[in-house]
Design a protein around this ligand. Structure first.
Ligand SMILES: [Zn+2]
Length: 206
Protein backbone atom coordinates (compact mmCIF):
# COMPACT_ATOMS: atom_id res chain seq x y z
CA UNK A 1 0.00 0.00 0.00
CA UNK A 2 1.45 3.34 -1.12
CA UNK A 3 1.02 6.01 1.57
CA UNK A 4 1.05 9.73 0.74
CA UNK A 5 3.43 10.57 3.57
CA UNK A 6 6.70 9.06 4.75
CA UNK A 7 5.94 10.31 8.28
CA UNK A 8 2.61 8.53 8.27
CA UNK A 9 4.25 5.42 6.91
CA UNK A 10 6.84 5.42 9.71
CA UNK A 11 4.11 5.71 12.33
CA UNK A 12 2.10 2.91 10.69
CA UNK A 13 5.15 0.65 10.63
CA UNK A 14 5.80 1.26 14.33
CA UNK A 15 2.18 0.65 15.34
CA UNK A 16 2.08 -2.50 13.20
CA UNK A 17 4.88 -3.97 15.32
CA UNK A 18 2.46 -4.34 18.23
CA UNK A 19 1.13 -7.88 18.71
CA UNK A 20 -2.17 -8.60 17.00
CA UNK A 21 -2.08 -5.43 14.91
CA UNK A 22 -1.77 -5.72 11.16
CA UNK A 23 -0.87 -2.97 8.69
CA UNK A 24 -4.53 -2.14 8.00
CA UNK A 25 -5.40 -1.64 11.67
CA UNK A 26 -2.17 0.30 12.15
CA UNK A 27 -3.19 2.68 9.37
CA UNK A 28 -6.64 3.12 10.86
CA UNK A 29 -5.13 3.94 14.27
CA UNK A 30 -2.58 6.33 12.78
CA UNK A 31 -5.28 8.19 10.85
CA UNK A 32 -7.37 8.35 14.01
CA UNK A 33 -4.44 9.89 15.89
CA UNK A 34 -4.05 12.45 13.11
CA UNK A 35 -7.70 13.44 13.31
CA UNK A 36 -7.92 13.90 17.07
CA UNK A 37 -6.65 17.06 18.86
CA UNK A 38 -2.86 17.13 19.02
CA UNK A 39 -2.96 17.39 22.86
CA UNK A 40 -4.65 14.03 23.06
CA UNK A 41 -1.99 12.35 20.94
CA UNK A 42 0.68 14.07 23.04
CA UNK A 43 -0.89 12.63 26.19
CA UNK A 44 -0.76 9.15 24.66
CA UNK A 45 2.88 9.40 23.59
CA UNK A 46 3.89 10.94 26.89
CA UNK A 47 2.09 8.18 28.86
CA UNK A 48 3.85 5.51 26.81
CA UNK A 49 7.17 7.28 27.15
CA UNK A 50 6.83 7.63 30.93
CA UNK A 51 5.70 4.02 31.33
CA UNK A 52 8.57 2.68 29.28
CA UNK A 53 11.24 4.76 30.99
CA UNK A 54 10.03 4.96 34.55
CA UNK A 55 8.26 1.72 35.44
CA UNK A 56 10.40 -0.44 37.69
CA UNK A 57 10.41 -4.03 38.82
CA UNK A 58 9.92 -4.53 42.55
CA UNK A 59 13.27 -5.38 44.13
CA UNK A 60 11.64 -8.00 46.29
CA UNK A 61 9.11 -9.80 44.07
CA UNK A 62 9.76 -8.50 40.50
CA UNK A 63 6.22 -7.27 40.08
CA UNK A 64 5.79 -4.11 38.02
CA UNK A 65 5.95 -1.06 40.26
CA UNK A 66 6.39 2.71 40.27
CA UNK A 67 8.57 2.44 43.34
CA UNK A 68 11.52 0.19 44.20
CA UNK A 69 9.25 -1.94 46.42
CA UNK A 70 5.78 -2.65 45.03
CA UNK A 71 2.52 -1.84 46.82
CA UNK A 72 1.88 -5.50 47.66
CA UNK A 73 5.29 -6.07 49.25
CA UNK A 74 5.08 -2.71 51.04
CA UNK A 75 1.66 -3.51 52.53
CA UNK A 76 2.15 -4.45 56.23
CA UNK A 77 -1.09 -6.47 56.14
CA UNK A 78 0.36 -8.98 53.66
CA UNK A 79 1.85 -12.20 54.99
CA UNK A 80 5.45 -12.20 53.76
CA UNK A 81 5.97 -15.76 55.00
CA UNK A 82 3.71 -17.12 52.24
CA UNK A 83 5.13 -16.63 48.77
CA UNK A 84 3.19 -17.44 45.62
CA UNK A 85 5.45 -18.15 42.64
CA UNK A 86 4.04 -17.03 39.30
CA UNK A 87 5.25 -16.77 35.76
CA UNK A 88 4.54 -13.12 35.03
CA UNK A 89 2.87 -9.95 36.25
CA UNK A 90 -0.44 -10.83 34.60
CA UNK A 91 -0.69 -13.79 36.97
CA UNK A 92 -0.23 -11.45 39.94
CA UNK A 93 -3.13 -9.36 38.62
CA UNK A 94 -5.29 -12.46 38.10
CA UNK A 95 -4.67 -13.78 41.62
CA UNK A 96 -5.09 -10.33 43.18
CA UNK A 97 -8.47 -10.08 41.43
CA UNK A 98 -9.66 -13.16 43.36
CA UNK A 99 -9.10 -11.36 46.67
CA UNK A 100 -8.28 -14.74 48.25
CA UNK A 101 -4.55 -14.40 48.62
CA UNK A 102 -3.01 -12.46 51.49
CA UNK A 103 0.60 -13.50 51.01
CA UNK A 104 3.18 -12.02 48.65
CA UNK A 105 4.38 -13.02 45.19
CA UNK A 106 7.54 -13.88 43.37
CA UNK A 107 7.45 -13.24 39.63
CA UNK A 108 9.79 -15.53 37.69
CA UNK A 109 9.54 -13.69 34.38
CA UNK A 110 8.86 -16.86 32.39
CA UNK A 111 9.26 -20.62 32.52
CA UNK A 112 12.18 -22.90 31.86
CA UNK A 113 11.93 -23.72 28.16
CA UNK A 114 14.96 -25.44 26.62
CA UNK A 115 13.45 -25.32 23.13
CA UNK A 116 13.27 -21.54 23.27
CA UNK A 117 16.63 -21.39 25.00
CA UNK A 118 15.25 -20.17 28.34
CA UNK A 119 17.25 -21.65 31.21
CA UNK A 120 16.95 -21.12 34.98
CA UNK A 121 19.57 -18.35 34.94
CA UNK A 122 17.38 -16.17 32.73
CA UNK A 123 14.55 -16.28 35.26
CA UNK A 124 14.29 -14.74 38.73
CA UNK A 125 14.89 -18.10 40.41
CA UNK A 126 18.11 -17.28 42.27
CA UNK A 127 16.59 -14.34 44.17
CA UNK A 128 13.74 -16.62 45.24
CA UNK A 129 16.11 -19.25 46.65
CA UNK A 130 18.06 -16.43 48.31
CA UNK A 131 14.88 -15.06 49.87
CA UNK A 132 14.14 -18.48 51.38
CA UNK A 133 17.74 -18.91 52.51
CA UNK A 134 17.59 -15.62 54.41
CA UNK A 135 14.64 -16.98 56.40
CA UNK A 136 11.14 -15.75 57.13
CA UNK A 137 9.44 -17.79 54.38
CA UNK A 138 7.26 -20.65 55.60
CA UNK A 139 5.50 -21.69 52.43
CA UNK A 140 6.08 -21.50 48.71
CA UNK A 141 2.99 -21.91 46.53
CA UNK A 142 3.62 -22.82 42.91
CA UNK A 143 1.03 -21.17 40.66
CA UNK A 144 2.51 -21.70 37.24
CA UNK A 145 0.34 -22.89 34.37
CA UNK A 146 0.24 -26.67 34.19
CA UNK A 147 2.20 -27.08 31.00
CA UNK A 148 5.31 -29.19 30.66
CA UNK A 149 7.43 -26.05 31.00
CA UNK A 150 5.49 -25.04 34.12
CA UNK A 151 6.01 -28.46 35.69
CA UNK A 152 9.70 -28.46 34.82
CA UNK A 153 10.13 -25.04 36.41
CA UNK A 154 8.22 -26.04 39.55
CA UNK A 155 10.30 -29.15 39.95
CA UNK A 156 13.57 -27.33 39.40
CA UNK A 157 12.72 -24.80 42.12
CA UNK A 158 11.33 -27.50 44.41
CA UNK A 159 14.64 -29.37 44.29
CA UNK A 160 16.56 -26.19 45.15
CA UNK A 161 14.29 -25.47 48.09
CA UNK A 162 14.25 -28.96 49.56
CA UNK A 163 17.20 -28.40 51.90
CA UNK A 164 15.42 -25.55 53.67
CA UNK A 165 12.57 -27.74 54.94
CA UNK A 166 9.79 -25.25 54.19
CA UNK A 167 6.29 -26.15 52.99
CA UNK A 168 5.89 -26.29 49.23
CA UNK A 169 2.47 -26.52 47.67
CA UNK A 170 0.84 -26.17 44.29
CA UNK A 171 -2.52 -24.70 43.38
CA UNK A 172 -5.18 -27.38 42.99
CA UNK A 173 -5.75 -28.27 39.39
CA UNK A 174 -9.30 -27.13 38.98
CA UNK A 175 -7.53 -25.36 36.19
CA UNK A 176 -7.32 -27.37 33.00
CA UNK A 177 -4.02 -28.57 31.63
CA UNK A 178 -2.29 -25.82 29.75
CA UNK A 179 -4.74 -23.11 30.81
CA UNK A 180 -3.05 -19.84 31.46
CA UNK A 181 -3.81 -18.37 34.87
CA UNK A 182 -4.91 -15.04 33.49
CA UNK A 183 -7.74 -16.65 31.56
CA UNK A 184 -9.06 -18.65 34.47
CA UNK A 185 -12.13 -17.22 36.15
CA UNK A 186 -11.65 -15.64 39.55
CA UNK A 187 -13.73 -18.10 41.54
CA UNK A 188 -11.93 -21.14 40.12
CA UNK A 189 -8.57 -19.54 40.66
CA UNK A 190 -9.44 -18.47 44.20
CA UNK A 191 -10.70 -21.95 45.01
CA UNK A 192 -7.61 -23.64 43.65
CA UNK A 193 -5.48 -21.39 45.83
CA UNK A 194 -7.53 -22.24 48.92
CA UNK A 195 -7.39 -25.96 48.17
CA UNK A 196 -3.76 -26.10 47.29
CA UNK A 197 -2.03 -29.43 47.73
CA UNK A 198 1.44 -30.37 49.00
CA UNK A 199 3.86 -30.23 46.09
CA UNK A 200 5.10 -33.81 46.73
CA UNK A 201 1.57 -35.05 46.20
CA UNK A 202 1.31 -33.31 42.84
CA UNK A 203 4.42 -35.09 41.59
CA UNK A 204 3.00 -38.47 42.57
CA UNK A 205 -0.11 -37.71 40.51
CA UNK A 206 2.01 -37.30 37.39
ZN1 LIG B 1 6.91 -6.62 45.36
Amino acid sequence: MELPSKLLENAVNEIAQLPGIGKRTALRLALHLLRQPVEQTNQLTSALDKMRNEVKYCQSCYNISDTSICLICANPKRDTATVCVVEDVRDVMAIEATGFFKGVYHVLGGKINPIEGIGPSQLNIKPLIEKVRLGGVNEIIFALSSTMEGDTTNFYIYKQLKEFGITTSTIARGIGIGDELEYTDEVTLGRSLMHRIPFEQSIKQV
